[in-house]
Every structure is written in structure tokens, then in C-alpha cells.
Design a protein around this ligand. Structure first.
Ligand SMILES: O=C(O)CCC(=O)C(=O)O
Ligand SMILES: [Fe+2]
Length: 222
């Protein structure tokens, strides 16, 4: 578990699976090594640090200003990264980009066992163009066994429900409504340089729309 290491590096637990540090002692890109993990690229060209910032010349979702509903990063990937870390380069001075988190435990307690079983079957995922490496389409379960625990991959707009079975569609609807109706933990990033680490297998994260187009975060995966 990397939690002890994160504490050592000055992080506090915000809510289960989410750790924050307003005065980091370890540089963002050094964090994986510090906690004993490998830094992973974002794409096939080996991008290590991904900018989350409005950029009209690019169609990636993280370069737009829209809100992101609750999701995990790289959900469409066969091996989503276990951890995602973000660092504030510039705050949204107009109050946009409010983050929130919801843990898998909180989701599971509201799902019935049959639904859980169906969510562990394979669904069709469309890989967004900016992350396309080998395939444009993957067939992957929403709930998976990661190490000795259950993990989740979820990004509603990447799942093609038109090719799902009826049972899968019902399970997906049930999951979607639990996610929408659960109490999430809201957090306003408020310090330049602040870092946040999210367990990307057990926590979904979201943000409200960006209002201040100069808002800028940097993200790594590990
Ligand atoms: O902008 C944020 O606060 C989070 C962005 C995000 O979740 C993403 O780019 O995947
Ligand atoms: Fe994300």
C-alpha cells in the first residue's frame, strides 16, 4: 500500500482513496518513484505529463471546458493506471472546475448482487481518438479483480450500449443511477502547487465545468 509513503511525503487523506498535499515536498514526476511505482505514459508517443487546460486547437476532453461526470481515467484501457496524480498550475479564479469523488465501496453497497455479476462481464468500449494506440474498440468488464480486491473502470460516454445484451443494459442503467444519486465528496483545489492523488481503481472522480480558461492542472499516471 502506498498510503504510508504518501503520508511521509506530506499527503493527508481527504476521503477514502484520495490524498492531498498543499505544500508538496516531492515533485509531481518524482512521486511514483518515491512511493515505489513506475511512471506510466499517457499515450503511444510517451507523453508523461498531461496538461488539463482549455486548448481550442485540440479535441481531447481534458482540453475542453465542459464538466466531466464521475469517471475513472483510461477506463477504455485494458490496464487502467492504479493511480492518477494532479497538480495545480493555475486555479480557476472564477469558481469553476470543482472536483468531486465517489468510492467504489459506496457504489457497491447500493447495487444488487446480480447487477454486480453482470457488470463483471465484458462491455464494448470506444477508445477516444487522442488515446488510441492499438485498437479503437476494447471489450472489457466494468468491475474487475485488481490484485486482491474489486476495481472499477467507468466512463459512461465510452461504453457502446447498443451492442450490449438486455441484462447488461439494465445493469448499466442501475449503475448509472446509483452513481448519479450517491453522495459524493466535493473538494475545491485552492492552492497553486497543490497535489492530489486518486486511487483510479477504487474511486471515481469528476469536475464541474471550467469557467476561467486559464485554469491549468498537470496530470501523471502511475
Ligand atoms: O479538470 C479536472 O479537475 C479533472 C480532469 C479529469 O478528470 C481528466 O482530465 O480526466
Ligand atoms: Fe479524469
Amino acid at each position: 500500500m502506498i498510503v504510508e509513503k504518501l503520508h511521509e511525503a506530506g499527503f493527508d487523506e481527504l476521503c477514502p482513496g484520495v490524498h492531498v498535499c498543499s505544500e508538496p515536498r516531492v515533485a509531481l514526476t518524482e512521486l511514483p518513484q518515491y512511493v515505489g511505482r513506475a511512471l506510466l505514459p499517457h499515450d503511444s508517443v510517451g507523453t508523461i505529463v498531461w496538461d488539463i487546460k482549455v486548448d481550442q486547437s485540440d479535441s481531447a476532453r481534458s482540453h475542453g471546458s465542459d464538466d466531466f461526470s464521475l469517471h475513472t481515467d483510461a477506463a477504455f484501457d485494458e490496464n487502467p493506471p492504479r493511480y492518477v496524480a494532479m497538480e495545480v498550475v493555475q486555479l480557476d479564479k472564477m469558481g469553476g472546475g470543482l472536483q468531486s469523488y465517489l468510492s467504489l465501496d459506496d457504489i457497491l453497497k447500493d447495487l444488487n448482487p446480480e447487477v454486480i455479476e453482470i457488470l463483471a462481464t465484458r462491455f464494448a468500449w470506444d477508445v477516444p481518438a487522442e488515446f488510441r494506440t492499438l485498437r479503437a474498440r476494447n471489450f472489457l468488464p466494468i468491475l474487475f479483480i485488481g490484485g486482491d480486491q474489486l476495481g472499477i473502470r467507468y466512463r459512461e460516454d465510452c461504453i457502446d450500449s447498443s451492442v450490449a445484451t438486455t441484462a447488461q443494459r439494465i445493469a448499466l442503467d442501475s449503475l448509472g443511477s446509483v452513481i448519479k444519486n450517491s453522495d459524493r465528496f466535493e473538494y475545491r483545489l485552492d492552492t497553486v502547487g497543490e497535489q492530489i492523488v486518486v486511487d483510479n481503481w477504487t474511486v471515481l472522480h469528476a469536475r464541474t465545468n471550467v469557467i476561467d480558461k486559464a485554469r491549468h492542472l498537470r496530470r501523471i499516471r502511475f
